[in-house]
Every structure is written in C-alpha cells, then in structure tokens.
Design a protein around this ligand. Structure first.
Ligand code: 2U9
Length: 352
C-alpha cells in the first residue's frame, strides 16, 4: 500500500488542469501557427508541462516512478491529439493543395507606382533649366484684363493681332481668360526694375473647338530677360542651352524672321529633327527641321508701357506651347491625350 504525499497530489492535480487546458485550446485553434504556439507553451523546453516535471525531484522514489509514468502517458496523448488536430487545421487552412503545382520562380506582380503627368514633369524641367541660369519663376492670374493681356503688349484695340488669339471673354464684366502668359511678365515689370530674368509657365485659354491639335486650354512657358546691354546673341545662347537640355543634347537651332506684335525683330526657332538627325522623316515632314517656339527683342512700346526707357533698356522674350512641344518631342498625334489621364498613355513616360 502506497501513501502519497500532499505535494504528489498537488502535482497530479496541476497535471490534470494542464491537460484539460491544452485539449480545450487545441480543439479551438484554427491555424497551424496557433498550434505551434500551443506546442511551445505546453510541451516546449520552457513549456508549462516541462516546468511541472522539474518538480519531480522533490517527490519520493516511489512517487517519482508513478508520477513519471503518468506524465509520459499524458505527453504522448497530447502529442497525438496535436498531430491529429494539425492535419485538420492544415486542410481547412490551405485547402486541398496536394496535387497542385506552384512555380515559385514565376515573377511577382509589379506594384503600380504613380508618376508625374508629362506636363507637370516638363514644367519642372523648364523651371530647373532656367533656375540654373539665374532666372526666377513668375506666376500671375489666369483671369486678366484687356490692358495686361493686349494693350501693354503693343496690341491696341483695333489691332488685327487680337484676332490671332481668339479670346474667351467674361460675360458683362471687363475680364478675360489670358490668351498667353505674357501678362505675367507685364505685371512683373510693373513691380520690378531690371535686371529682369524670369520664366513663366502656366495655363492659357483660347476660343478654339477641340480637335487633335486644338484645345481651349493649354500650357505655355514664356521667358523674359531685360538689362542695359541685352541683345540677340544672349537670346540665341540662352535658348540653345535651354532647348538642348529640354529636348536633346545635340540639337541644332535655326532662327527665322517672323512677326509678333510684342517683339521687334520677331523670330521663330526651328530645331533639327532628333528623330532623323536632320535627314528628313515624317516627324519633320521631310524637311529635317521642326518649328519649336517664337521669340524676339521686346518691342520698345512694351518697354514704354511699363515705364522703361527703350534707349536704356533692351530685352528678349520667348514663348512656346508646351503640349505642341511635347507632341513633337514624343511624336504624339492628338493633344486630347494630355487631358484624358488614360494610364496607357501616361505610363509611357519615364518615372520622376
Ligand atoms: C513681354 C514681352 C514679350 C513672348 C513671346 C512668342 C514670341 C511666341 C507663341 C508660341 C506658341 C505662343 O503658345 S503659342 O501660341 N509665342 O511665339 N511669345 S515672343 O513675348 C513677350 C512676352 C512678354 C512683356
């Protein structure tokens, strides 16, 4: 007849409690990870059953035998229960994957990464280019008055040049949507004295019906440099550096006479076709040259209208339509693509 100590009964009771708790939690576990955690918590090196077994050293030799046997049987039972539950959980967690083939070497799905709109990106490039040549960026209102959009730019009321840019007028009030960014330069000259070096990118508006090459809203960048000895060679130098940086490093420029009311002389700049390197192709209509922008020396009347003496100050100005320029740079045949935000169009442009 064996007589067991109080410690023995206490340990036996604790063992039963651990068993009940383990079986309960195993039956509720839903994932392989949960089961692994339970195995660790009860049966692992620092698990609660392992811990309990450490107390065996305080039992009598007889008690050690009995308790050791009980503990071993319990461990086996728990391990068997765990193995069975693992199978069930694996099946419900992963479905029946047996027999399915996974090619782990297949490339993953590309994450969609956003990018700047080509117009935004180009405007940033224009700004960087001119900032690096000591120009400032100037901005101004899109709603303008007749004086800043036309009159101060040497386009008086009856001047035929007003018809060159069909204007969107506000109803009943004397305001219009600016037809070019030139009024920004007029306002800048009203509030700053030379030397002036500014570049003005922005939205402009014209009364045009939408088609592949027209939009009632588009973007321009214009530039202005005024000082006491500014001349055409400065204009040529600045534009050559800027266009080579913005379009192609080996670009050649060709200057042709032209007419704009706010400049005299007025010039148009053609650039060598980067597509065929001047040999002739459909992009340049087989001429080897592409029209890029307008420019000239600021008209004396424009200087006078902002209070500058044309005998003392001279300057040059230039202007370009950004969509038109990008359409030539990338051989895009429809201006509407810039405003539709179709990812198939936008994703063709390089990342930031
Ligand atoms: C001031 C004085 C002169 C800006 C200039 C052009 C020539 C020009 C067009 C290009 C294509 C507009 O988008 S477009 O239709 N612009 O050719 N712009 S000189 O001259 C100025 C501007 C401001 C005070």
């Amino acid at each position: 007849m064996l007589l067991f100590s109080g410690l023995f009964f206490l340990m036996q009771h604790h063992l039963q409690e651990l068993r009940a708790s383990f079986l309960d939690q195993v039956s509720k576990a839903k994932t392989v990870a949960e089961l692994e955690q339970l195995e660790n918590a009860f049966l692992g090196r620092k698990g609660s059953i392992t811990n309990l077994l450490k107390g065996i050293k305080d039992l009598s030799d007889e008690e050690k035998k009995v308790f050791g046997k009980m503990a071993n049987e319990l461990k086996k039972e728990l391990e068997a229960t765990l193995a069975q539950r693992s199978q069930e959980v694996e099946k419900s967690q992963f479905g029946n994957l047996a027999g399915q083939f996974f090619d782990v070497s297949l490339p993953g799905k590309k994450p969609a990464v956003g990018r700047l709109h080509p117009l935004t990106k180009f405007i940033q490039e224009v700004e960087d280019t001119f900032l690096s040549m000591n120009f400032e960026i100037a901005e101004g209102p899109e709603i303008e008055d007749d004086y800043h959009n036309f009159t101060a730019l040497n386009i008086p009321a009856d001047h035929p040049a007003r018809d060159m840019q069909d204007t969107l007028w506000a109803k009943d009030i004397p305001f219009l949507l600016r037809t070019h960014t030139s009024p920004v330069q007029v306002r800048y000259m009203e509030s700053h004295r030379p030397p002036i070096r500014i570049v003005c990118p922005g939205r402009v508006f014209r009364k045009d019906d939408v088609d592949a090459t027209h939009s009632p809203m588009f973007h321009q960048f214009e530039g202005l440099m005024i000082d006491t000895k500014t001349n055409l060679s400065h204009l040529k130098g600045i534009l050559t550096i800027a266009l080579r940086r913005l379009i192609h490093p080996e670009l050649e420029l060709r200057f042709r006479s032209s007419y704009f009311p706010f400049v005299e002389p007025g010039l148009e700049v053609d650039v060598s076709c980067a597509n065929c390197k001047g040999k002739g192709c459909p992009v340049c209509k087989h001429s080897g040259w592409i029209e890029m922008l307008g420019c000239g020396m600021v008209h004396p009347n424009v200087l006078k209208s902002v209070g500058l003496d044309p005998q003392v100050y001279q300057g040059f100005a230039f202007g370009a339509g950004i969509e038109r320029l990008l359409m030539k740079k990338y051989a895009i045949n429809d201006i509407r693509l810039f405003y539709e935000n179709d990812p198939r169009f936008l994703e063709q442009f390089p990342h930031v």
